[in-house]
Design a protein around this ligand. Structure first.
Ligand code: G3H
Length: 195
């Protein structure tokens, strides 16, 4: 069995300010997570010569991968965070105050709600298809460093969780979810590297 390691990027400057989307760098805590992750990956995948590291095209995942050495890195646009369209860069408070109808429609149906000029969870699920096909095809371990909405969808695929749960699955920061695909099914371990 070969592991797939799923993790969000380290905490970003926008995470600290509660802003969604954007393309900011890491906070101090986020930078520390990147180092701890590199340590973990180097130990865990030491004997795996062909492992690879997959990130999105956004700074926060690329910076999270940067302390990891010795493995090829691949950037996927399909791993970018859900596109919040006109709400990109706003806080949830600001959306609630300035665009209350949008806020309410999303609350009612978070799976299908599409941000104006952005994406819905269903859109994200659809664009992940080539990533999933490639993950299934890989024989070597893969470390996927991505974003909350995207990882909810990927995790749900491997853990066989129903579509309607996807937007609500907990994918905490600074935690590695290890998925092992064996003949007897899928096994999961979580490693919380920091608070
Ligand atoms: O920035 C977007 C978040 O990672 C997704 O969170 O879909 O729960 O609003 P949400």
């Amino acid at each position: 069995p070969r592991p797939i390691l799923l993790t969000r990027h380290g905490e970003s400057r926008d995470n600290v300010r509660g802003r969604i989307g954007g393309d900011t760098a890491l906070s101090e805590a986020g930078g520390l997570y990147a180092k701890k992750l590199a340590n973990f990956v180097e130990k865990r995948l030491k004997s795996e010569r062909t492992a690879s590291i997959w990130t999105s095209t956004l700074q926060r995942t690329i910076l999270t991968a940067s302390p990891i050495v010795g493995f090829p890195k691949i950037q996927w646009r399909a791993l970018d965070e859900i596109n919040a369209g006109v709400c990109d860069g706003m806080t949830y408070e600001e959306i609630k105050k300035n665009m209350p109808e949008e806020y309410e429609s999303r609350k009612k149906d978070k799976l299908r709600y599409r941000y104006p000029r952005g994406e819905s969870y269903l859109d994200v699920i659809q664009r992940l298809e080539p990533v999933i096909i490639e993950l299934e095809r890989q024989r070597a371990p893969v470390v996927v460093i991505s974003h909350q909405a995207v990882l909810r969808a990927l995790y749900a695929y491997f853990a066989d969780r129903p579509l309607k749960e996807i937007p609500h699955i907990e994918v905490p920061l600074h935690t590695i979810i290890e998925i092992q695909m064996g003949v007897t099914g899928v096994q999961e371990k979580r490693y919380k590297l920091m608070d």
